[in-house]
Design a protein around this ligand. Structure first.
Ligand SMILES: Nc1ncnc2c1ncn2[C@@H]1O[C@H](COP(=O)(O)OP(=O)(O)OP(=O)(O)O)[C@@H](O)[C@H]1O
Ligand SMILES: [Mg+2]
Length: 258
């Protein structure tokens, strides 16, 4: 079992997760990139002392990838569990990241797993697997990012309870950056201020806001003695824009703080 990672609670997500787990309810995490969803799931799995199985879904992820397949080994065909079947047998926490990206047949598998049946049907292996009480299904979903086609159907959404993640309040974000990078709190506060200004600067027309992840990255670079303006440029500005003028404006904003 992995050691418990650092996770700074923002609201009451820890108790919500625990109650969901006790009641065998599947959970949907919503929120922008880099705001702590994966870290939260890792933390909860360690806290509940359950193994964690994570699957990053993409547009080629199908039911077989999750359930398993027959493979050839030394002239013999043997069955190999996919991550979903393995997670069920282990009573793990299964985290399907970006579930809306997956192929529709994945949702067909998830439906009987995420309602009272808590069962999967592995048709290729002619097996029905029931989830043990310790098993929990967690998915992440970002309604803002996906196009309309990738929106989840109500029949899928309504099988989950939902937690909305957002960028943390400033004082908490400072604490996260200090803990994650080992930087002093004064410098962390400046990074959080820059993050806040960029998130509010709609006139920049950024398609994405700077995440806590980017601020932590900048802090790590500063911590290892890269000068602050360059750290902000490479860790925050460049990942967010390719437009030279907008980048200049963002770097000017950083220069007013550092
Ligand atoms: N509440 C938090 N406690 C501790 N660290 C955090 C928290 N929120 C964000 N972080 C930091 O931000 C980084 C990114 O978080 P994480 O990988 O969990 O984001 P995510 O929401 O899963 O993003 P994505 O949607 O891109 O997968 C973490 O590695 C950690 O350094
Ligand atoms: Mg993640």
């Amino acid at each position: 079992m992995n050691p418990t990672p650092f996770y700074q609670e923002i609201q009451d997500e820890v108790v919500v997760f625990e109650k969901a787990w006790h009641n065998q309810l599947p959970l949907m995490l919503k929120g922008p990139t880099g705001c702590g969803k994966s870290r939260f799931v890792e933390y909860m799995a360690a806290r509940l002392q359950r193994p964690l199985v994570t699957v990053a879904c993409h547009d080629d992820t199908g039911a077989t990838d999750l359930l398993g397949r027959y493979i050839l080994q030394g002239g013999e065909t043997i069955w190999q569990d996919g991550p979903l079947s393995r997670a069920l047998r282990q009573g793990a926490i299964l985290y399907l990241d970006e579930v809306a990206e997956a192929r529709p047949d994945v949702l067909v598998v998830i439906h009987p797993l995420s309602d009272f049946r808590r069962t999967i049907f592995i048709d290729r292996h002619n097996e029905e697997l029931k989830a043990p009480p310790e098993f929990m299904l967690v998915v992440s979903f970002n309604p803002g990012y996906q196009n309309v086609l990738k929106d989840l159907k109500p029949s899928t959404r309504q099988r989950f309870i939902g937690l909305q993640f957002q960028y943390p309040p400033a004082e908490i974000e400072v604490e996260i950056i200090v803990q994650e990078s080992g930087i002093d709190s004064k410098t962390a506060a400046k990074l959080v201020k820059l993050g806040g200004q960029l998130r509010a600067a709609h006139s920049l027309g950024l398609s994405d806001s700077p995440s806590t992840r980017l601020l932590v990255d900048a802090a790590l670079l500063i911590r290892s003695d890269l000068y602050a303006r360059q750290a902000c440029n490479v860790a925050i500005v460049q990942p967010l824009t390719d437009d030279l003028e907008i980048a200049q404006t963002m770097n000017d904003m950083a220069a007013l703080l550092f």
